[in-house]
Design a protein around this ligand. Structure first.
Ligand SMILES: C[S@@+](CC[C@H](N)C(=O)[O-])C[C@H]1O[C@@H](n2cnc3c(N)ncnc32)[C@H](O)[C@@H]1O
Length: 266
């Protein structure tokens, strides 16, 4: 997704959360707690490379990591700074894209947390992003990533998941969320289409204030090609070693998830 689309997405997500204040931090917290259990020592320097609205950034800092955050989206950085202020935390929120991490913060981190690497569709683009992460890790440091799951190491695991997700969607178009009051009504409609190894979800966000109607559109691509089989090979090609995958439980949501590490050689 382009930076402008992320900016739009986070602006709308902020509006949506102002009406529907789900406790996002609580249901995301298990992965941060699990990560801390794997790295319990003091002074672990961690970059949250997908700051978004700062949910993970705040959780990771509260778990005791020495955190910096980055995001290419200015709106995401602004919202992360707000979340940090509200949580009474102070830490750097950097304007950096993953490709350039090695120039911005060379060999700086013990861990880089990235929950969205698998959203990059193109192989060359992802390889450049992985190289950026590798160069920002200190020797022996690790990239922490999701989606790929070593419990399903065979070629085609991602495509099976795509079939499952597609079968669960039901109708291609759904009302994802709506809000109505006397002055304002908002509807978020999502229309899904599928390709060989991705689902495109067209978001149409309509805000009505009296006669004034404002429509915002963007497309989010759910990418299914970077399963364990494909991503582990690309990580090795870029220079990562010692890939590991651990399974944890998200107690708030009642499912298990794989959290993975790939290390920079010592
Ligand atoms: C899925 S969202 C992160 C969600 C967030 N971790 C959360 O839990 O709410 C992915 C974020 O990564 C950022 N991003 C995507 N590609 C990037 C890149 N190449 N460099 C820096 N940030 C990027 C986007 O701007 C977006 O805010």
């Amino acid at each position: 997704m382009r930076v402008e689309d992320w900016d739009r997405y986070w602006r709308l997500e902020d509006l949506r959360r102002s009406f529907d204040p789900l406790d996002f931090r609580r249901w995301k917290r298990d992965s941060q707690r699990a990560l801390r259990e794997l790295h319990p020592r003091d002074g672990v320097r961690l970059l949250d490379a997908t700051a978004g609205m700062g949910d993970h950034t705040v959780n990771l800092a509260e778990e005791g990591f020495v955190v910096e955050a980055c995001d290419a989206s200015p709106v995401a950085r602004e919202l992360t700074e707000r979340a940090l202020r509200e949580a009474g935390l102070e830490l750097p929120v950097i304007d950096a894209c993953w490709e350039a991490l090695g120039e911005v913060r060379p060999a700086a981190f013990d861990l880089i947390f990235n929950d969205a690497l698998h959203w990059t569709y193109e192989r060359d683009a992802l390889a450049a992003q992985l190289r950026g992460h590798l160069a920002a890790l200190r020797p022996g440091g690790a990239l922490v990533f999701f989606f790929a799951d070593a419990r399903e190491p065979d070629e085609g695991a991602g495509l099976r998941l795509l079939e499952w997700d597609w079968s669960q969607l039901g109708e291609p178009e759904r009302v994802e969320w709506s809000h109505a009051s006397s002055e304002l009504s908002i509807t978020l409609r999502v229309h899904a289409t599928r390709g060989h190894d991705f689902l495109d979800e067209r978001h149409r966000f309509e805000e009505r204030r009296g006669d004034d109607v404002r429509v915002t559109e963007l497309t989010m691509r759910r990418v299914y090609r970077w399963d364990w089989f494909a991503l582990s090979r690309l990580l090795a090609e870029v220079g990562f070693v010692d890939l590991r995958s651990e399974v944890f439980e998200n107690r708030a949501k009642g499912y298990t998830f794989a959290m993975n590490h790939a290390f920079r050689p010592r």
